[in-house]
Design a protein around this ligand. Structure first.
Ligand code: SUG
Length: 416
């Protein structure tokens, strides 16, 4: 049984569009009403997966959820489709950000020795709250081997849960028992605090985590106000390293002390606000990076291209590399279509520590499957969507048949 980290990226759906649906997500608000390019967006995502597969090994994916969701519009009452925000919610391709699909506790951390998943209820935003039943359906298939996996229902409302985006794991190596760190926000600020402490506690209980290896930390309200609507916009961890902005946590020293008490070997790689301001960190998504252990040793940081274009951020990264610490390599990737909705490289993936042999192989990527996915996207995904197109019947037919073509190509009729 060899446990490795597998990143499951969400394939960008054919209805990808910019509707400005996420209050507190600066990029989403800024790009409201822009034309979107679903085909380019999905191809950017596959290119990222291909790069990571070649560099780091195991890579998986999840399929887009069925959109438009007429069930949601029905629930919202007759004529709901006339309200642009409600119509856009039903069309949202937001399931691409699989860091919000679920919280995952690997087998070595849990009381029953199985890997546990709790789909995120995403209750704060209407367009995201519709995701979890379909997400669970997919998790139930991919991780259907009940000797190794447990998939729970979502945490009940009103406790807001946004999944792995607010969860970090510290460990000596992925296959060993780790410390799970949950980061929550305190409601009451200008923007919603989407992750609630009670949701974190519920997930920890459901997953059977040991209290002495579980840490709850409050996100800095100033970070939420600056646009860090999830903790993964200002911090990311891998094995014994946490890479964070100085202003990520409400009580900076208290947060590191709590992590160190549970995990004494912790290495903190912190970026001071004087080197990269919170605003610049959020604009470039420096911390929405994938921090990944390389097969040849050391870690790589997969960052958005926007980081390379920022003098402050790139300068800091170059200095970090020259210091010969644990992070040995920085890999910029182009995920601009997702970035314009507030989704960087880390948002696009869900980390699962598992033996790949125990996962349904239809969700695991290899080069041939990447070719297949690219070819379906190139043939079926719309090239461009303008906000006014969301009521267009021809576009709807195209979006529905595009997803169906992918389901057929990947032999996943259960999702049809
Ligand atoms: O939930 N954007 C997503 C971005 C999620 C990013 N995920 C992580 N940080 N892990 C959100 O705010 C925008 C949709 C729109 O405006 O059309 C959106 O939902």
């Amino acid at each position: 049984m060899s446990l490795v980290e597998i990143n499951f990226d969400g394939i960008v759906g054919p209805s990808h569009n910019y509707a400005g649906l996420s209050l507190g997500n600066i990029a989403s608000t800024k790009h409201q009403g822009d034309a979107s390019y679903p085909r380019a967006a999905a191809l950017q995502g596959v290119a990222k997966m291909r790069g990571n597969l070649a560099r780091f090994g195991a890579q998986g994916f999840f399929l887009p959820l069925p959109r438009p969701n007429h069930g949601l519009l029905q629930q919202l009452g007759p004529g709901a489709e006339a309200a642009p925000a409600l119509l856009a919610a039903a069309w949202s391709a937001s399931s691409m950000w699989t860091a919000n699909a679920a919280t995952v506790s690997p087998a070595p951390d849990t009381v029953d020795g199985k890997c546990h998943f709790t789909p995120a209820n995403l209750v704060t935003m209407l367009h995201r709250a519709q995701e979890w039943p379909d997400t669970k359906r997919q998790l139930d298939i991919a991780f259907g081997n009940t000797d190794h996996f447990v998939v729970h229902d979502a945490v009940p409302p009103t406790f807001g849960d946004e999944g792995a985006a607010n969860h970090m794991r510290l460990c000596a190596s992925h296959g060993e028992a780790g410390v799970e760190v949950f980061v929550y926000g305190r409601p009451g600020g200008k923007f919603p605090a989407r992750q609630h402490l009670e949701a974190c506690r519920t997930v920890a209980r459901l997953h059977g985590l040991a209290p002495e290896r579980t840490v709850f930390i409050e996100q800095n309200p100033a970070a939420i106000e600056a646009g860090a609507f999830h903790n993964d916009v200002v911090a990311v961890a891998n094995e014994d390293v946490i890479f964070a902005h100085e202003l990520a946590f409400a009580d900076r020293q208290g947060a590191y002390d709590a992590m160190r008490t549970a995990f004494p070997a912790l290495q903190v790689v912190e970026v001071p606000d004087s080197a990269v301001s919170l605003a610049e960190a959020i604009r470039t998504y420096l911390f929405n990076a994938q921090l990944i252990t390389r097969p040849q040793g050391g870690m790589a940081l997969v960052v958005p291209d926007e980081c390379r274009e920022s003098t402050a951020v790139w300068g800091w990264l170059e200095e970090m590399l020259a210091g010969n610490g644990s992070i040995r390599e920085v890999v910029p990737v182009n995920v601009r279509q997702s970035m314009a909705n507030g989704g960087g490289p880390a948002c696009l993936r869900l980390r699962v520590v598992a033996d790949p042999a125990t996962v349904d192989p239809r969700f695991l990527l290899d080069d041939a499957k990447a070719d297949t996915i690219e070819s379906v996207i190139s043939q079926h995904w719309p090239e461009q969507i303008d906000p006014a197109d969301l009521s267009n019947q021809t576009l709807e037919k195209c979006v529905v048949s595009a997803r169906q073509a992918l389901i057929t190509a990947l032999d996943l009729p259960e999702l049809g």
